[in-house]
Structures are given as structure tokens and as C-alpha cells.
Write a protein that binds this ligand. Structure first.
Ligand SMILES: [Zn+2]
Ligand SMILES: [Zn+2]
Length: 155
């Protein structure tokens, strides 16, 4: 029997799911073994730039020479890398792409510094999938009118 047109149709992901999946794919290029983070900047359902956490270009990577751990705000963090969100913003600067009124999809909740940078780049909303809860970053985002939405993956 011929499958009906309806059942033969592939199930398409929503836009949010699509961009979040891409953010997770981008994260696989991370060079820091502590945490793999990905970010995708989107406007009008089109990808503008992507970023993952890693060393500045031309510098040795954590997975070659080890992480550069310092205690920041009472927490161990790797100082060798630029964050995924920062690299996505830098890529926009490198290519001369405006990110005003865009959205950013992040595999993890952005840190305080990233939230401030995202805010000043004119990005309007952050979708984040997972961990790294930073109440101060959330508080600041709310104060600055930056929407921060926790993305829940479909079952
Ligand atoms: Zn590292
Ligand atoms: Zn950050």
C-alpha cells in the first residue's frame, strides 16, 4: 500500500530545535577538555555566525598543552579559551556582520561576561540548553532587557 502523503512526510524539527542542534554540533569543535560549548547567532531564521570555546587562533590548545586553570569567583575555570559566545561575536566582527536584533542559541547558559557582551552587541534573546547556572548573569540580563529562555528539548 502506498504510504499516505501525510505519513510519508519526514518530521521536521522546529526552528529552535534546529538551531540548538547546530549549536551542539558546533560544540564538538571545542578544544578544551573541561567543557564543550557551542553558540549560534541567528536573525530572521538565518545563521549569521557560530562559535565554540577554544584558544585564540595561533595559540596552543588545551587538548595539546593542558588547561590554564585559575580560581575565578571561587570556582576553577580555564583561562586559556575564549568562550563560544565570544567567538561567535568575534566572528561577526571579523566578517563585518551586524548582530543587532539577533538571537543566540547556546548549549550552556552564558556566563556574566558573555551576557554583558551579548547585550552590548544588540542581541535581544538568548536560548540556552544546559547547565552552568549563574544567577547573577540572569539577574543582569533581566535588568538589561535581554530575554533569557531555557530551551527544553522535545521528548
Ligand atoms: Zn581548557
Ligand atoms: Zn562566557
Amino acid at each position: 500500500m502506498e504510504p499516505s502523503r501525510e505519513s510519508a512526510r519526514r518530521e521536521r524539527p522546529s526552528w529552535d530545535e534546529y538551531f540548538m542542534r547546530i549549536a551542539h554540533e558546533v560544540a564538538t569543535r571545542s578544544t578544551c577538555p573541561r567543557l564543550a560549548v557551542g553558540a549560534v547567532i541567528v536573525r530572521d531564521k538565518r545563521i549569521l555566525t557560530t562559535g565554540y570555546n577554544g584558544s585564540p587562533s595561533g595559540m596552543p590548545h588545551c587538548d595539546e598543552v593542558g588547561c590554564l586553570i585559575r580560581i575565578v569567583d571561587g570556582r576553577e575555570s580555564c583561562q586559556r579559551t575564549l568562550h563560544a559566545e565570544q567567538n561567535a561575536l568575534i566572528q561577526a566582527a571579523y566578517h563585518g556582520v551586524s548582530v543587532g536584533n539577533a538571537s543566540i542559541y547556546c548549549t550552556h547558559q552564558p556566563c556574566l561576561l558573555c551576557v554583558k557582551m551579548i547585550m552590548n552587541a544588540g542581541i535581544e534573546e538568548i536560548y540556552y540548553a544546559g547547565g552552568y547556572p549563574d544567577p547573577l548573569a540572569r539577574e543582569l540580563a533581566t535588568e538589561g532587557g535581554l530575554r533569557m529562555v531555557k530551551y527544553e528539548a522535545p521528548e
